[in-house]
Design a binder for this molecule. Structure first.
Ligand SMILES: *Cc1c(COP(=O)(O)O)cnc(C)c1O
Length: 363
């Protein structure tokens, strides 16, 4: 068959190990998965309740043009409904953006290491991928500007960045947006928006009128604790959303997922609690790293990238044997580090204990 040439060098997404899988291999009664930045507190109890009796019409196609979730999001964000697109996770929106804007004649800029789906989808469209290395965990925004040319169609910015956790200071980001040509779609992926506590952070939604080429991505998968339901959303000018909707699969979000997200959105008290507790636990990770003289990035997300005293995959394996699933930095482009989702207080207590066994065995 005539596969797209790019597929020859690509692989399907390789997920972290599942709890069941690890349980079987190591015969452990309890496994804590700290590998995919899911919410350790689950979703809001108010959301759980509606699952008992959601009252949706299963035989009907989902509402696609303007489901109530879209209107409620718009209202909450202070934008028009026509400024919001919903996706089957923000992954879906990344795919839609690439389909709509990239081809073999265009190029796209992104940080590295960062979220792999930008490069993955761009390659499928045959676009040239220009990866710009982070400097000290931060986006090298000057390099981004140097790399822009007349064929640049999309710029990806991830803040807080996965896997480092670093936040781009709002002031720097705004200066960058000032310098980007208005013909280049600039996607700001804020999958971890709800966890940001930095005081100088400015919500970029207020910048949208100033930058008609700016698009912001957010998701219900992380802080809202709804990763299994696959709802993400993008916010941008009406013109951008109109074009992207032409590419979007008409029924890309399910009725149940839309309903659940709607209830989750209404329970902001739960999100506030999760942000507070995450911040408290995040500080414990920083203290832990300091105490043991290990490098840690200043994270504004619900995960940290922390130095390990050996090869990252070896460290991840040793933690796995003790029931903690984390991501080896070798797979993320950050050798000598592991990415750890910040768990609940109890989970973290266990994690610190397990991690300390790596330190005492240090050669
Ligand atoms: C988790 C994550 C996403 C994907 O979220 P979904 O809405 O579940 O598809 C997007 N971007 C970043 C940076 C992420 O970490």
């Amino acid at each position: 068959m005539n596969w797209k040439p790019a597929l020859a060098t690509m692989n399907p997404y390789k997920p972290g190990r599942s709890i069941e899988d690890v349980q079987k291999e190591f015969d452990l009664s309890e496994i804590v998965k700290l590998a995919s930045n899911e919410n350790p507190y689950g979703c809001a109890p108010s959301v759980r309740k509606i699952l008992d009796n959601p009252g949706i019409q299963i035989e009907m196609y989902p509402e696609t043009s303007s489901p109530p979730l879209r209107a409620k999001l718009a209202k909450k964000l202070g934008v028009d409904e026509s400024n919001v697109i919903l996706g089957n996770g923000s992954d879906d929106i990344i795919t839609i953006i690439c389909r709509a804007l990239l081809n073999r004649e265009s190029n796209t800029l992104m940080p590295t290491p960062s979220f792999p789906q930008y490069a993955h989808n761009a390659k499928i469209e045959g676009a040239e991928v220009r990866e710009i290395p982070l400097v000290d965990g931060q986006h090298d925004l000057d390099r981004f500007l140097q790399e822009i040319d007349s064929s640049t169609a999309v710029i990806w910015i991830c803040s807080p960045n996965n896997p480092t956790g670093d936040l781009i200071p709002s002031e720097r980001l705004k200066k960058f947006l000032d310098a980007v040509p208005r013909t280049v779609l600039t996607v700001l992926d804020e999958a971890y928006f709800e966890y940001i506590t930095e005081e100088s952070y400015e919500d970029p939604i207020q910048w949208l009128s100033e930058y008609p080429n700016l698009m912001i991505l957010r998701t219900f998968s992380k802080a809202y604790g709804l990763a299994s339901f696959r709802i993400g959303y993008g916010i941008a000018s009406t013109e951008i959303i109109t074009e992207l909707n032409k590419v979007r699969n008409p029924f890309n979000t399910s009725s149940l997922a839309l309903l659940v997200a709607e209830h989750a959105l209404a329970d902001q008290a739960f999100i506030d609690e999760c942000r507070l507790e995450n911040e408290k636990q995040r500080k414990r990770f920083v203290q832990f790293a300091k105490k043991h003289n290990l490098h840690i990035h200043p994270s504004e997300a619900n995960f940290v990238l922390i130095e390990v005293p050996m090869d990252a995959t070896e460290a991840a394996d040793k933690l796995l044997q003790q029931g903690f699933i984390v991501r080896s930095g070798n797979l993320l482009g950050t050798p000598k580090r592991v990415r750890v989702t910040i768990g609940s207080e109890e989970q973290n207590n266990g994690f610190f204990k397990a991690f300390e066994t790596l330190l005492t065995n240090r050669g």
